[in-house]
Design a protein around this ligand. Structure first.
Ligand code: NAI
Ligand code: MG
Length: 352
């Protein structure tokens, strides 16, 4: 029986995770595969209960599970703890590292009824439908870093190993193959040797995917193209720091933070979570938008369990409730009827 470790965490994490579970249950009702869902402590909730942001039991369960579904962690209550004990540094970064989650995937899709929520013009964003894949455990963030004293200087090394590049490029091709078959590899090969290497490997891997069209783009141009003509992109694959910057940029093409799903993958195994945090300002008030978490759960079905049909149904149900005018506070305009977290979850279940 496939196992899913469920980590609600803190703040709105405890409100949005139950809605995602409700939706998963409804979407999987007729699925012959039965799943085991087990809840574990993480973050501030774990500090309060057992004195540690990432208890060994939780990490162990996540290692054994096929997938992890995470709400959000952190909050003012734990902000005064020493850095390494705090939920973010004590749990979030170690869990990603321990699980070897080398690929961060963020789909950016404009849902027609939310076009007016974007900061960009309708004709620019209306057909946005892309996936950005960021390499998550290599590159300049993990390279040697340090300082020299005389003369004073500081350095960060951008190093990529062949296998690190190959596995993320392959994921790019696989993802594109399941979509519109267009892969854009973003680099800075006009300047960086690591990017030239990246490009060579991309070309090599491309031979195994003759059905997918590969193009290369320099990162500065990619930033410009993302706001000029974003619909040209199907799948983007890029290194760690470029991806960090471009995913934040791309996220604004889709509307509200409450809509943004994400997956961090290591092969088939994945950690799925909304892109936002624990939103202490609205926690405990049934105000949070659960859709980013519900869409993250759909990603889990698609990527880890190959349940594409069920994932499609969840995404379609989300689009449908938005079409029907269902809005949580973050999506609402004056005059809109505002739904609570639970009511939004119920609406998605009904649409399924
Ligand atoms: P945040 O994403 O929690 O909130 C930013 C703003 O967006 C707030 O006004 C919040 O009300 C709103 N918001 C966020 N998610 C929403 C949703 N689903 N529906 C409606 N409104 C939503 O970021 P912030 O305030 O910077 O951080 C709060 C805490 O969360 C901190 O402790 C931070 O470290 C932690 N955090 C945790 C993350 C994680 O668990 N992966 C990621 C980011 C932050
Ligand atoms: Mg970032």
């Amino acid at each position: 029986m496939p196992k899913i470790a469920v980590l609600p965490g803190d703040g709105i994490g405890r409100e949005i995770i139950p809605e995602a579970l409700k939706v998963l249950q409804a979407a999987l009702e007729d699925c012959p595969v039965k799943f085991e869902f087990d809840r574990y402590l993480i973050g501030g909730a774990a500090i309060d209960e057992v004195g540690k942001a990432l208890p060994a039991e939780t990490l162990d369960a996540c290692k054994k599970a096929d997938a992890v579904l995470l709400g959000a962690i952190g909050g003012p209550k734990w902000d005064t703890l020493p850095a390494k004990e705090r939920p973010e540094l004590g749990a979030l970064l170690p869990i990603r590292k321990e699980l070897g989650l080398y690929a961060n995937i963020r789909p950016v899709k404009m849902i027609p009824s939310l076009i007016s929520a974007s900061t960009l013009r309708e004709e620019v964003v209306k057909n946005v439908d892309m996936v950005v894949i960021r390499e998550l455990t290599g590159g300049i963030y993990f390279g040697e870093k340090g300082r020299n004293e005389n003369p004073k200087a500081a350095y960060d090394v951008l190093l990529y190993h062949e296998d690190e590049i190959r596995r993320i490029i392959e994921l790019g091709f696989e993802t594109a193959r399941g979509r519109r078959k267009k892969l854009c590899s973003v680099d800075k090969a006009n300047v960086l040797e690591s990017s030239r290497f990246w490009r060579e490997i991309a070309e090599e891997v491309a031979k195994e995917y003759p059905d997918v069209e590969l193009m290369h783009m320099y990162v500065d141009n990619a930033a410009m193209q993302l706001v000029r003509y974003p619909e040209q992109f199907d799948v983007i694959v890029t290194e760690n720091m470029f991806g960090d910057i471009l995913t934040d940029l791309a996220s604004m093409l889709g509307g509200s933070i409450g809509m943004l799903a994400s997956a961090s993958l290591s092969g088939k195994k994945g950690l799925y979570e909304p892109a936002h945090g624990s939103a202490p300002d609205i926690a405990g008030q049934n105000k949070a938008n659960p859709l980013a978490t519900i869409l993250s759960a759909a990603m889990m079905l698609r990527y880890t369990f190959d349940l594409n049909e069920e994932a499609d149904r969840i995404e379609q149900a989300v689009a449908k409730v938005l079409d029907q005018g269902c809005r949580t506070a973050d999506l609402a305009k004056p005059g809109d009827k505002v739904l609570g977290t639970k009511e939004m979850g119920d609406a998605v279940v009904a649409a399924l």
